[in-house]
Design a protein around this ligand. Structure first.
Ligand SMILES: [Zn+2]
Length: 262
């Protein structure tokens, strides 16, 4: 049986004489396929089966799974490979998608989300903190981990001057309803950050990437989104740890501002 399908390579690892690809597709979600390293096609396939390549695959059903017969690139995201930070973050997105997206079930929305996020990351037209939080929260929402941000869990108020987000429960409680004992684990979120989180959860795909947040808000969104993700999934991601360690190192480098230039 032969299958022609578009997919983004999330992972590539050696397995005996072969390479095993993990691919995200719209029609079948996550699937795995082997690339034969010894065949005459091996060198031709190397560029179009790299991690983060979006290619049109022709797959054959072999005895132990799909085998890649042909792969033509739709998009290589070359710009991501030339920037260490972007590559780290993109690798984390791929790891997260491999973890959360379903096998053998359609995954058109997660694939679209990942392709669009990689597009903006490559282009550099969105803050990386914004893209990271957006991808995390939206992917969690699409894969069964959607938090409830409609209103306070006690009084149901939509807007309150002080509101806390609870990563464990995935919901909100306003300061008025929060007693000392029930505030454990809550993170204070500003109205701007909460509006951004709601936008990421509830907006349609067309306007998803069009929200603006100040510097402080972006830092807070970055933290709250990551905390929610790690709490819910109860596991660590090597690419995320690498990305965060690079960010910490960079913070110690002297920043070149307009003031120091003049
Ligand atoms: Zn309340």
């Amino acid at each position: 049986m032969q299958l022609t399908i578009d997919g983004l390579v999330l992972r590539r690892r050696p397995l005996g004489q072969n390479q095993l690809l993990t691919i995200l597709t719209a029609q079948q979600g996550v699937l795995t396929a082997y690339v034969n390293q010894r065949g005459t096609m091996a060198s031709k396939l190397s560029a179009t089966t790299e991690v983060l390549c979006y290619s049109r695959f022709v797959l054959f059903q072999g005895k132990s799974g799909y085998v890649v017969d042909k792969a033509d690139s739709n998009r290589i995201f070359f710009g991501l490979r030339q920037d260490w930070d972007k590559l780290c973050l993109a690798s984390y997105f791929a790891q997260l998608a491999a973890e959360l997206c379903p096998f053998d079930e359609p995954a058109a929305e997660p694939l679209r989300l990942l392709l669009n996020t990689l597009h903006y990351l490559e282009k550099g037209s969105r803050d990386m903190r914004q893209l990271k939080a957006l991808f995390e929260l939206r992917l969690l929402t699409l894969t069964g981990f959607m938090p409830d941000l409609v209103g306070c869990r006690c009084c149901s108020e939509y807007e309150k001057p002080e509101i806390l987000f609870f990563p464990n429960e995935g919901d909100l409680c306003c300061a008025d309803c929060t007693r000392e004992s029930s505030a454990v684990g809550g993170i204070k979120v500003s109205p701007g950050v909460l509006a951004a989180m709601r936008h990421i959860l509830y907006t349609g795909p067309e306007k998803l990437f069009s929200f603006v947040l100040g510097e402080e808000g972006l830092d807070a969104l970055y933290q709250v989104s990551e905390r929610y993700l790690l709490t819910q999934l109860e596991k660590s991601f090597s690419a995320l740890e690498l990305y965060n360690s690079c960010r910490i190192t960079q913070k110690w480098e002297p920043a070149i501002t307009d003031e120091t230039r003049t």
